[in-house]
Ligand binder design. Structure first.
Ligand code: ADP
Length: 485
């Protein structure tokens, strides 16, 4: 005779008031009767609800850690009986054993997770507080965007800002501050102090009443600022150099890659932190891509940025052009071939600006200085590789880690590379540039110090988290110690 199972009501295993039962059979074998179960009626339900109300009154007053302990023990018992329960479940429900074992495991995981949730014992909340005066030191290449990346979140969080723009772009900074004031920012909330980094920037960083500093610029300056902030226990966000690479695999859409590399390498005259300064190309498409690239690069129009026909504007100043010229010389000495560019443009009208031709260095090998060091100009080093693994290795083997890019149609390869490319940002089928405001921006290794701008993370940087516990039990509850009722 199959066993008659019971209801559990009001703390007892009891027969149904109806006295009626139904059979439960194995769906894989209809002769196999597992048991007879109560065909309960409304009376049984009423009794159960009344009991559960008493249970609720008791349990809702039981401290959450105690509730969690019970669930923890439930999880442990499920672990012990996992196999028995899985077999019983398969017999009753029909799905294969691996699946019913998984079914039990899910219960174990849920119990153990609920247990840790139970440690949230006191009524608590966390919120953000502003830090104080934020010192913002910015570079020349994004005269408006980079200051706003720092300033707007800093202000939103409730800080006052002290802003020192790069010496080459003070006018845009002035225009920005005018807008803030016009928009109604109380005048003492923003301060704009122009001047030299080594004087004004340094004084800001060293000032004891500037507890938070955000810097974008060279790794060398970032190191100096980092040392000071470390010594003074200041909160510091650093955004520094890059040596970003675009990888083009043999299955890539070459037209797309070509448009991407031209934009990535020569947009902003190569003066972006995320500029594509290395092109790592699979050997099977190397020659074709490089030919197309040089052809297009040669046809780019240099000129003043205010001229609508201009593709590539000047470098920021004389030193920047000298640096580019120096590095092209280094590349030649190291054995790279200058396939296009490699000099100042001869065109009339450009002699009074800091122009330099879009330049492609081919035959570059991993480890050369032009492959390792940031040039910050319109110079692209092309490296030939034989596989994605090699491409990733070359990408990663530099001291910087800001942005990377991969052109391929192989979705599996792309997903693998996303994890392996050692940069803070990776683009797939897009060049290394093009950050968006709602996503975190920043790099690894010597590019940064772990902070991000943009996205939600930047609000973390400009605020301190405050946690408040309110214990309304009326007695001392010692955390982790008082776990009994
Ligand atoms: P870049 O090579 O992009 O010009 P820099 O690091 O030289 O980068 O400059 C970025 C910003 O840092 C500029 O606003 C500059 O004035 C400032 N700066 C330069 N030197 C220092 C310093 N020692 N302390 C603080 N700020 C500095």
């Amino acid at each position: 005779m199959p066993e008659n199972f019971k209801n559990f009501i009001a703390g007892e295993w009891v027969a149904p008031r109806t006295g009626a039962y139904f059979e439960n059979r194995n769906p894989a074998d209809s002769d196999d009767v597992i048991g007879c179960f109560p065909r309960s009626g409304p009376d049984d339900v009423t009794r159960a609800v009344a009991s559960a109300q008493r249970g609720f009154a008791q349990w809702s007053r039981t401290p959450a850690p105690i509730r969690g302990e019970v669930l923890h023990r439930v999880g442990d018992l499920l672990v012990q009986r996992k196999e028995d329960i899985a077999r019983a479940m398969t017999r009753e429900m029909g799905k294969v054993l691996a699946e019913t074992r998984g079914d039990v495991q899910e219960g174990i995981d849920t119990a153990h997770y609920a247990h840790t949730e139970g440690r949230r014992n006191k009524w608590a909340m966390s919120f953000r507080r502003p830090i104080g005066v934020a010192g913002l030191i910015t570079p020349f290449n994004f005269p408006l965007a980079i200051p706003t990346w720092k300033m707007f979140p800093a202000l939103l969080c409730g800080n006052a800002v002290l802003f020192k723009p790069a010496e080459d772009v003070p006018h845009t900074a002035h225009l920005l501050v005018e807008i803030l004031l016009e928009a109604g920012l109380p005048p003492e909330v923003v301060q704009l102090v122009h001047g030299e980094g080594s004087v004004v920037g340094k004084a800001m960083v060293e000032h004891p009443e500037v507890p938070v500093v955000s810097f974008t610029g060279s790794t060398e300056t970032g190191s100096i600022i980092g040392a000071t902030c470390g010594r003074m226990h200041k909160r510091l966000s650093l955004e520094m150099g890059g040596k970003n690479a675009m990888i083009v695999m043999d299955d890539a859409d070459l037209d797309l890659a070509l448009d991407g590399v031209l934009w990535g390498a020569f947009g902003t005259t190569g003066q972006r932190c995320t500029a594509t300064s290395r092109l790592i190309v699979h050997e099977r498409v190397h020659d074709r891509l490089v030919t197309l690239l040089c052809d297009r690069a040669e046809r780019m129009r240099l000129g003043p940025g205010l001229d609508a026909k201009t593709d590539v504007g000047p470098l920021i100043n004389e030193d920047a052009r000298k640096k580019v010229e120096y590095y092209v010389g280094v590349g030649r000495d190291e054995g790279a071939q200058v396939l296009t560019g490699g000099g100042r443009p001869a065109a009339k009208g450009l002699e009074r600006g800091w122009f330099y031709q879009p330049t492609v260095l081919a035959g570059v090998r991993a480890g050369m200085r032009v492959e390792q060091e940031e040039i910050f100009g319109p110079v692209l080093s092309v490296i030939k590789v034989g596989s994605l693994d090699e491409a990733v290795r070359v990408n990663n083997d530099v001291k910087y880690g800001l942005s990377s890019s991969l052109y391929t149609r192989d979705v599996n390869a792309a997903f693998r590379a996303m994890g392996e490319l050692d940069t803070g940002i990776t683009y797939v089928n897009a060049p290394t540039i093009g950050a968006e405001a709602h996503l975190p921006f920043g790099g690894v290794k010597q590019t940064g110090n772990g902070h991000r701008e943009g996205g939600w993370e930047v609000y973390d940087f400009y605020s301190e988290t405050k946690v408040v516990y309110v214990d309304f039990s009326g007695k001392l509850q010692r955390a982790q110690i008082d776990t009994e009722t």
